[in-house]
Ligand binder design. Sequence first.
Ligand SMILES: Nc1nc2c(c(=O)[nH]1)N(C=O)[C@@H](CNc1ccc(C(=O)N[C@@H](CCC(=O)O)C(=O)O)cc1)CN2
Ligand SMILES: Nc1ncnc2c1ncn2[C@@H]1O[C@H](COP(=O)(O)OP(=O)(O)OP(=O)(O)O)[C@@H](O)[C@H]1O
Length: 189
Amino acid sequence: MLKKDLRSKYSKLRSSLTPDLLTRHSIAIANSVLQLPIWSYHYFHIFLPIEKKTEIDTEGIISILLGLDKNVVVPKIISPTELEHFLLTDNTKFTKNALNIPEPVDGISIDPIKLDVVFIPLLAFDELGNRTGYGKGYYDRFLNKCKDDVIKIGLSFFEAESTIDDIEVTDIPLDYCVTPSKIYSFTTS
Ligand SMILES: Nc1nc2c(c(=O)[nH]1)N(C=O)[C@@H](CNc1ccc(C(=O)N[C@@H](CCC(=O)O)C(=O)O)cc1)CN2
Ligand SMILES: Nc1ncnc2c1ncn2[C@@H]1O[C@H](COP(=O)(O)OP(=O)(O)OP(=O)(O)O)[C@@H](O)[C@H]1O
């Protein structure tokens, strides 16, 4: 399927999730994340959900990361194409931007090259690990600034599509995708 059709299909599917199912699926995803081979790393990047778009509640994953004393880094949109990344601390204040994304007001800026693991929001992914988001290319540009072996983990309420047909050269595939019932591994190493 084409990205535009997948965006509309999965936006609709997501908006049909009840609050109770969203909570249960988000907890199941957080529990599965514990099974991934990522716990020797230090710098983890994670997004905060757009509630109006019924995104995964990442609070459980953030609690796990903080409980394990990991460095947790969150994005902030600073231009129509670019994200900046801030370390999450006890003092981090959040405010919702124009797209309803909770973002840090300011803080310690982290160079993406430092990141070991990135949790990635998506609307749909396929069996090869390709993904599509809202179509603004923020994550593709951001991942391009990370080290080559950064571990890229998609989080999805729904299972893989067989193929996304309009993949571009700038699309960076996932290493893993975690759904409420399954962990997909796309890595060859
Ligand atoms: N929680 C979260 N944070 C994230 C992302 C994400 O997907 N989820 N992003 C991942 O890249 C970036 C933000 N990308 C976004 C792009 C479009 C829209 C959005 O609401 N688009 C509207 C059209 C709005 C408009 O153009 O004014 C839409 O899709 O209906 C939201 C986030 C960075 N932070
Ligand atoms: N590294 C890059 N440099 C310049 N443009 C890029 C880069 N990566 C992606 N783009 C452009 O961004 C636009 C949106 O890309 P795409 O449709 O893959 O977004 P998406 O993956 O759905 O969105 P997001 O990454 O925000 O979740 C495309 O026109 C693409 O060419």
